[in-house]
Structures are given as structure tokens and as C-alpha cells.
Write a protein that binds this ligand. Structure first.
Ligand code: ZN
Ligand code: ZN
Length: 270
């Protein structure tokens, strides 16, 4: 049995602690496996630009080296070098280039943006809430799922982060989107990808883990591998609600979690 956290941000992107600080904290909290998933958020278009919370792609080599160096000091903890990559339509060639050039253990995709609106950034919260009030959440959720499906179809990633994060500020669709969600999950299964069970939502107004129970049950019946993540941006978030998401995963029938080493998936019991 291994306790893992596959969603951690260090000072390489927008986190508040270093790789070494997280590693020491992880050992003291009983983790056996952690993956750093620094933000890589590059808007495509005529002038590709890095977003404010993203790491600089030119530091990827240095970042991976640091993870490997810190690993040497810890025999009881496995430390993986990963990325949480923002998907923007049209960014595939740039991402393919970057991701193909480095020896990463793990990459997961995120859809954080619908056009110019960030779904789960504090500084865009008001703008998003106003837009939802004016246009209704269903329209945004439909667009979110459309982008998520495109991101999955690229085949560039090993997992999907916070599957239904669009609900972050407490919104829920009024329409039934289970057909669309299932179609995406089937693509995830066909590509051999994993889905993150995330405790992030428990710290946000939605007060639920991601994905919602109905989606996680679907994952379980499709035998989609899962990873556990807290979306830690500081040391205190490293084990935030981790026990409760382990129980949540078990409650829909999961008995094992995925582990990634140099992109290769294996399982460990939970
Ligand atoms: Zn995210
Ligand atoms: Zn994150």
C-alpha cells in the first residue's frame, strides 16, 4: 500500500515551497510517492506567451535534474517529475515539441481557460461569476467539456487533472451532461490515460472532490486508472483531505492507484 500525491506545485511554478521542503514534509506525513506537476501554460497563436502561473519551459532540464538530485537523499519516498499542462486549442505542436524533449515521469492535462476567462483562478473569479450569471453555467460547462475532449484527443498526456473543475466556484449544470462526460471517459480509457481524484474541490466553494461521484463511478466501471492529488501549492496542502479522497475512491470500487515512472504506468494497492 502506498500513499501518493500526484499533484504538487513547487517554486518552479506557482507553489510556495521547494522540492526538498515538500520531500521532507511528504516523509513526515507518511507518503510513499509524490509527483511534482508544475504548471506549463503557454498560449499559442502568433505570439506564444507563458501565463503568469506557469514555469518557464527553458527551466525544464534544470527542474528535472533537481527532482532526480533530491530523490538521491530519500530511499523511503519516490519523487516523480511531472507537469500539469494547460490545453489551449492550437497549442499541440508547441507542446508536442516540449514534451518530447524531456525525460518526464508524468504529464497531466488541465483545462483552466475558456477563451479569456480562467475557470479557477482567484483573480478571475468575479469576472467568471458575472459571466455565468449573465449567460448561465450550462453554456460554460458545455464549452469546458468540448475543450477537455479536444485536449484528451491530442494523446499527449498521461492523465486528466480535476475532471470537472469548471464547477469550482460552486456552480452545477442544470442540464444532464452525462452523455458528453461518458464520451470523454471512453476516450480516456481507449488512450490508456488516468483520471485524477482531487481533493482541491473540498477547499473551494463547491466543497466536493473532483470528479463528482457519478463520474468517478463511471471511471470505475470503465476500469480507468486513478491517481490521487491535492493540488498542493504549499506544505500545509500536501496531505489536504488525502484520507477522505482515498476513502472516496474505495467507496466506488477502487482498490489500486496508478504510479508513473518515465511515463510507464504501474499500479499499487490502496
Ligand atoms: Zn489545475
Ligand atoms: Zn494544479
Amino acid at each position: 500500500m502506498v500513499k501518493e500525491n500526484y499533484h504538487i506545485h513547487s517554486t518552479y511554478s506557482d507553489g510556495k515551497a521547494t522540492i526538498l521542503e515538500y520531500a521532507k514534509e511528504a516523509v513526515s506525513k507518511g507518503f510513499g510517492e509524490i509527483a511534482f506537476t508544475e504548471h506549463l501554460a503557454i498560449r499559442s497563436g502568433c505570439s506564444a506567451r507563458k501565463l503568469y502561473y506557469s514555469m518557464d519551459a527553458s527551466r525544464l532540464g534544470e527542474y528535472i535534474e533537481e527532482v532526480r538530485r533530491v530523490q538521491e537523499g530519500f530511499s523511503e519516498l519516490k519523487i516523480r517529475a511531472g507537469l500539469e499542462v494547460d490545453y489551449f486549442p492550437g497549442s499541440e505542436p508547441v507542446l508536442r515539441d516540449i514534451l518530447g524533449s524531456y525525460d518526464l515521469d508524468f504529464t497531466m492535462l488541465s483545462v483552466h481557460w475558456i477563451g479569456e476567462l480562467c475557470l479557477d483562478c482567484y483573480k478571475y473569479r468575479r469576472a467568471f461569476e458575472i459571466a455565468v450569471r449573465e449567460e448561465g453555467f450550462d453554456k460554460f460547462y458545455a464549452k469546458y467539456l468540448e475543450l477537455l475532449e479536444k485536449a484528451v484527443e491530442t494523446g499527449l498526456f498521461k492523465a486528466v487533472a480535476h475532471f470537472d473543475v469548471a464547477k469550482n466556484w460552486g456552480f452545477k449544470p442544470s442540464k444532464d451532461f452525462s452523455k458528453e462526460e461518458l464520451r470523454i471517459l471512453e476516450k480516456i480509457r481507449d488512450l490508456g490515460m488516468a483520471v485524477e481524484v482531487s481533493s482541491k474541490g473540498l477547499r473551494n466553494p463547491i466543497k466536493e472532490p473532483y470528479p463528482t461521484r457519478k463520474i468517478l463511478e463511471e471511471c470505475s466501471s470503465l476500469r480507468i486508472p486513478i491517481i490521487m492529488g491535492t493540488d498542493a501549492h504549499n506544505l500545509s496542502e500536501l496531505d489536504s483531505n488525502i484520507e477522505s479522497i482515498i476513502e472516496y475512491a474505495k467507496s466506488v470500487g477502487y482498490s489500486q492507484i496508478a504510479i508513473f515512472e518515465k511515463g510507464k504506468l504501474t499500479y499499487s494497492p490502496i
